[in-house]
Design a protein around this ligand. Structure first.
Ligand SMILES: [Zn+2]
Length: 175
């Protein structure tokens, strides 16, 4: 039995998308998925100067929520994230702590492909979430451009990304 996945929406997040994501992650990883409710953004992670939230500080907060070592926590927030090395962050993960974080801030920008914006944003969130959770389960970036684990450096590359694992990555996940 795999460790449980816990999705932690932080701040004001569209619950329809969170519920949909949780059930898709459950099917893909064969894990049960819980959704935490009512999580507030940690104020101490906010930088007045940058107008952004320090991603690593939020990851540390999420780690405290774990009820056991096998649990994986995926935080999702609307606000813009930074680390000291980058002010352009879509997601960050800490495999040792089994926690990951995704910001919708950049996922809600740059619509060149057309299509309904909510659907485009959800699809980006879905692929990023699969990458982050797979990373917590031990996978790394994949060299196969047709694999969801292929490295995407921005939202437009994320749009081009496959939503499936290649055979190799599937095997690593242990199916
Ligand atoms: Zn792969």
């Amino acid at each position: 039995m795999r460790g449980k996945i816990v999705v932690a929406p932080m701040g004001e997040i569209d619950f329809y998308q969170i519920n949909k994501l949780a059930s898709q992650l459950s099917a893909i990883f064969g894990s049960s998925v819980d959704i935490l409710q009512g999580m507030r953004l940690p104020e101490e992670a906010f930088s007045e100067r940058r107008g952004q939230y320090y991603s690593t500080v939020i990851l540390a907060k999420l780690e405290i929520l774990k009820s056991n070592d096998r649990e994986k926590i995926l935080g999702i927030l609307d606000e813009d994230l930074y680390t000291p090395n980058s002010s352009n962050i879509i997601g960050e993960a800490d495999r040792l702590g089994s926690v990951a974080l995704i910001s919708l801030y950049h996922l809600k920008q740059d619509f060149f492909a057309g299509g309904e914006e909510d659907r485009v944003v959800y699809h980006r969130l879905f692929k990023k979430a699969v990458q982050e959770v797979a990373y917590l389960f031990g996978l790394s970036y994949c060299h196969n451009p047709k694999c969801v684990m292929f490295r995407a450096s921005g939202v437009l590359e994320l749009d081009q990304l496959s939503d499936r694992f290649c055979d190799n990555c599937q095997r690593k996940l242990g199916w």
